[in-house]
Design a protein around this ligand. Structure first.
Ligand SMILES: Nc1ncnc2c1ncn2[C@@H]1O[C@H](COP(=O)(O)OP(=O)(O)OP(=O)(O)O)[C@@H](O)[C@H]1O
Ligand SMILES: [Mg+2]
Length: 230
C-alpha cells in the first residue's frame, strides 16, 4: 500500500563522546513509501551524523528508530540494513574487478538466499550510461571517482533495498556523471514508485529540486528543521 510509513525516528540524538555536547539534537523524522526527501545544510552541521544514526551505523545517545511501525531492536539491525542502504560519499570498493565487487555482497550472511544476477548488474551499469560489459572487467582501483560511485551504487541497487540513504552521492562528480547517477537512481525508483523512498543529502539546490519532493534542512549544531525550500 502506498503512503506507508517506512522509517520513523523518535528523538534520536548523538553526542560528542569527548564533551557530551549534542552532535545531533533530538530529531524526529519520517520517511514514507514513494517519498523523495532531500537534506541540505552547511558543512559540519550534522547531516552525515544524522544519516549514519538513521542507518544505525553509530550508537544512539537517545531515541529510537522505527521500521514500518516497530522499533528496530539490536537483533533486528541486520534485517533493517537489508531494507535500507546507506551509500557513503566516498565509495569503498574492494581490490579486484568491478564484477567481483558486484558479486561480493551475495556471499555475505545477511544476503543469503539472494543470487548474483549478471544481467541485472549489466542493466544497472548501462542505465547509468556506461559501457557495462567493458566496465565489468576493469580493476576497481583503476576507476575514476565517478565510475567508482556508479559501481558502488549499482552494487547496492542490485540488492533491492527499499530505502536509499544517499550521502552526497555526486559531490565529487562532474556534471555528466552526476546526471548519470541521478538517472540510475530515478530508474530504480521507477521500478516501484509507490514502494521505494530516498533521503538524499546534497549541497546543490538545483539538484535538490530535481531529485526531491520534500526538503528538510540541518542547522549548524545539529538541529533538524522539518520543511524548507531547497
Ligand atoms: N564520532 C564523532 N565524534 C565527535 N565529533 C564528530 C563525530 N562525527 C562527527 N563529528 C562532528 O560533528 C559535526 C557534524 O559532522 P557531519 O559529518 O555530520 O557534517 P556534515 O553536515 O555531514 O558536513 P559535510 O557537508 O561537510 O559533509 C562535525 O563538526 C564533526 O566534526
Ligand atoms: Mg557529510
Amino acid at each position: 500500500m502506498a503512503d506507508t510509513l517506512l522509517i520513523e525516528t523518535r528523538a534520536i540524538a548523538r553526542r560528542d563522546p569527548r564533551n557530551g555536547q549534542f552532535l545531533l539534537h533530538p530529531a524526529d523524522f519520517s520517511l514514507r513509501q514513494g517519498e523523495r526527501v532531500t537534506l541540505t545544510g552547511p558543512s559540519g552541521s550534522g547531516k552525515s551524523v544524522f544519516m549514519r544514526a538513521l542507518a544505525l551505523l553509530d550508537p544512539l545517545d537517545g531515541g529510537a528508530v522505527h521500521w514500518q511501525g516497530r522499533p528496530v531492536s539490536r537483533s533486528k539491525v541486520p534485517a533493517y540494513r537489508r531494507h535500507i542502504a546507506y551509500l557513503r560519499q566516498r565509495p569503498a570498493l574492494l581490490d579486484g574487478t568491478v564484477q567481483e565487487n558486484l558479486r561480493y555482497p551475495f556471499g555475505l550472511h545477511v544476503y543469503r538466499g539472494m543470487q548474483y544476477d549478471p544481467d541485472k548488474a549489466l542493466g544497472l551499469l548501462a542505465a547509468a550510461g556506461r559501457d557495462a560489459q567493458a566496465l565489468l572487467d576493469r580493476q576497481a582501483g583503476d576507476l575514476s571517482g565517478g565510475e567508482a560511485q556508479i559501481v558502488a551504487l549499482a552494487r547496492t541497487l542490485q540488492l533491492n533495498p527499499q530505502v536509499l540513504l544517499l550521502d552526497e552521492p555526486t559531490a565529487s562528480l562532474d556534471p555528466d556523471s552526476a546526471l548519470a547517477v541521478e538517472a540510475l537512481i530515478s530508474r530504480w525508483l521507477e521500478d516501484d514508485p509507490a514502494g521505494r523512498a530516498t533521503l538524499w543529502i546534497s549541497h546543490d539546490p538545483a539538484q535538490a529540486r530535481r531529485v526531491g519532493t520534500r526538503h528538510i534542512a540541518m542547522q549548524s549544531g545539529g538541529r533538524l528543521t522539518a520543511e524548507c525550500a531547497p
